[in-house]
Design a protein around this ligand. Structure first.
Ligand SMILES: [Fe+2]
Length: 296
């Protein structure tokens, strides 16, 4: 395998950035080693616009997270109001889970705004998705990310040896999902699509759609640039219990900045708090000089 580093362009005059090795965190805010994507995972995500990583969570950790997510929806009065969110309690650890950081280091992080103590990407929004049979329906959107301007955020960039997904969604499936029973639908490869979607896109049973089955504890990652859709939940054996979490570049985003409740924010490890910093580039690397790679 050729291990040549991609040429990431500098701020000025087309020169490459300085040496970026060591700028992307190797440990998360809990001190856990970041888990980089495999070559196959990188390839599949770039080719398809979405990726399934099975069995990321298991055992007691999975049960605890699923129970909390269900409680938020089914028994909210049992939880103080400001803690009824995936930003709190056991679910908070998902925000910078080692697999999440490994993906975002590769596809979303901007090295000049990243360090061993600071993430080079931001968190935008998360919610609990709890669906029962008959709930939800088709709502296709996005696609053609390779051809969009950066300002609408749903773009996707691909260059020899390097791709960039700025507006990226993570779905933690905390219950099993059966194929075409209500998991998220995707048009594989549509993040690079040059043509407008055909009429068939409005038919959830059309072959234009792909989906997945997965065990509880699996992680689905997709570029919002990929055409995707909700679909009716049909599985009578399990409800859908999923955490949807959206990440964006440090300097932009689709939705307004959504800060955690101040008590939650203060309780986070300092590195996790960097997911919620203001969206700009200049002077936005805590403890470091954002210009340090521009003169390389
Ligand atoms: Fe979406």
């Amino acid at each position: 395998m050729n291990s040549q580093q991609p040429y990431i362009i500098n701020k000025n005059l087309g020169q490459p950035l300085g040496n970026i090795s060591g700028e992307l965190p190797s440990r998360n805010s809990d001190g856990l080693s970041v888990i980089p994507l495999t070559d196959e995972q990188k390839y599949v995500f770039d080719k398809d616009g979405w990726l399934v990583i099975e069995n990321v969570l298991s055992g007691d950790e999975l049960c605890e997270m699923r129970d909390y997510a269900v409680r938020i929806r089914e028994n909210p009065e049992s939880i103080p109001k400001h803690l009824r969110t995936p930003l709190a309690m056991p679910l908070q650890r998902l925000l910078d889970h080692p697999v999440v950081v490994g993906f975002l280091n590769e596809f979303t992080a901007y090295p000049p705004l990243s360090s061993q103590d600071c993430y080079g990407f931001g968190h935008s929004f998360c919610n609990v998705m709890h669906r029962k049979p008959g709930e939800a329906g088709l709502a296709p959107h996005n696609g053609s990310g390779l051809l969009r301007f950066p300002e609408d955020v749903h773009f996707y960039e691909a260059h020899p040896g390097k791709a960039h997904s700025p507006h990226t969604r993570f779905v933690w499936e905390l219950n099993p999902v059966k194929e075409k029973q209500g998991g998220t639908l995707f048009v594989t490869g549509s993040h690079k699509g040059a043509y407008a979607a055909p009429e068939e896109i409005q038919d959830p049973d059309s072959d234009v759609w792909s989906s997945y089955s997965c065990p509880a504890g699996s992680l689905i990652i997709f570029a919002e640039a990929t055409t995707h859709s909700a679909s009716e939940w049909k599985d009578k054996e399990h409800d859908r219990v999923a955490i949807f979490s959206l990440y964006n570049p440090v300097d932009s985003g689709w939705s307004p900045q959504r800060m955690p409740h101040p008590e939650i924010f203060e309780s986070m490890p300092p590195m996790r708090r960097t997911l919620f910093r203001n969206r700009h580039v200049a002077d936005n690397l805590p403890g470091g000089d954002f210009r340090r790679l521009y003169d390389g």
